[in-house]
Design a protein around this ligand. Structure first.
Ligand code: UDP
Length: 311
């Protein structure tokens, strides 16, 4: 099969490219490297079934089709990007996705759209099933991302209904693993790099807020299962074991053997209080479920950061 992976040089994208090449597919990876990195796909550069194209999908798609599957993972996704890259996030979530949908329509390709648990905002229903419509602040500091992804779901469904494009919408929950940007400001990359360099671990608020962390290889397996299904979705893809942020900091200290202290810092605005996917749909319809416990995935992530302290 021939895959176009937009955002293929990011955490999930590069893991997806490596997985597809490993299973014998052809991959064209498009990335403008605003948050992705060339180093993430360097190991694939000698592979003749792999092509890297540096391009911004909001400006067009300089690739030769057709493709069987278009995967859209192109979007800055860390909360620290939402301020400085807000306008770019809105552009890639609208114009960028529309360019991909038009191309997919022309090629008769399936389009897998990376949506997000952020569509649930500060959830009033817990855990979150796909039927929950969410509780999003449309003008808050996270709104550029949350609303771009909500718009993306609407745009994908409009192409599906109007033009019959085979779309697959995945709602991705917190994902971590090797090839994370060390400076992306996320809790796992922050805590691991802090512990490894002997700096204090920063916990925002009192650390009682929760997240449910999915190892990147599990995430990619779920996304590919959804792409291969006949289901438009949305379908939650993540891990449904929930942790407080403070307990993750303690686990990182235990796994790294670091004696760094934990320090508490103010919590960012609109930071969701709790988040855990209801995976009933993914389990029953895709026959997929996450299999990597946080401690195992963290051990692999720590080993990677030890070898690649600067990414
Ligand atoms: N967080 C933290 N310390 C950090 C970075 C993040 O306590 O150094 C918290 C953050 O406030 C949030 C959770 O960890 O409650 C997850 O944050 P992240 O930015 O990784 O992802 P989010 O789920 O908020 O998009």
């Amino acid at each position: 099969m021939r895959f176009l992976v937009a955002g293929g040089a990011g955490l999930i994208g590069s893991t997806m490219c490596a997985t597809l090449i490993g299973q014998g597919d052809q991959v064209v990876c498009v990335d403008n490297l605003v948050t992705g990195s060339r180093a993430n796909v360097e190991e694939l550069s000698g592979e003749e079934r792999f092509t890297f194209v540096e391009a911004d999908i909001t400006a067009g798609l300089p690739v030769d089709g057709p493709f069987d599957v278009v995967v859209n993972l192109a979007c800055p996704a860390s909360p620290v990007d939402f301020g400085p890259l807000g306008l770019e996030i809105l552009a890639v979530g609208s114009t960028g996705l529309r360019n991909l949908l038009e191309a997919a329509r022309g090629w008769g390709a399936t389009l897998l759209q990376a949506s997000t648990s952020e569509v649930y905002g500060e959830p009033l229903v817990h855990p979150q099933p796909e039927s929950y419509w969410g509780n999003v602040n449309p003008v808050g500091p996270r709104s550029v991302y949350d609303e771009a992804k909500r718009f993306g779901e609407a745009l994908a469904m409009a192409y599906h209904r109007r033009h019959g494009v085979a779309v697959r919408i995945a709602r991705i929950f917190n994902t971590y693993g090797p090839r994370m940007r060390p400076d992306d400001g996320r809790v796992i990359s922050n805590l691991v790099t802090q512990a490894l360099s002997g700096r204090p671990l920063t916990v925002y608020g009192d650390g009682s807020q929760t997240r449910s962390f999915c190892y990147v290889q599990d995430e990619v397996a779920g996304l590919l299962a959804l792409a291969a299904s006949g289901i438009a979705g949305p379908v939650n893809i993540g891990n449904d074991t929930e942790f407080t942020v403070l307990s993750v900091a303690q686990l990182v200290l235990e796994l790294t053997g670091s004696d760094s202290p934990i320090v508490f810092a103010p919590r960012p605005g609109d930071d969701p209080t709790q988040r855990r996917p209801d995976l009933t749909l993914a389990r029953s319809q895709l026959g997929w479920s996450p299999s990597t416990p946080l401690a195992d995935g963290l051990a692999k992530t720590i080993a990677w950061f030890e070898k690649h302290p600067t990414g």
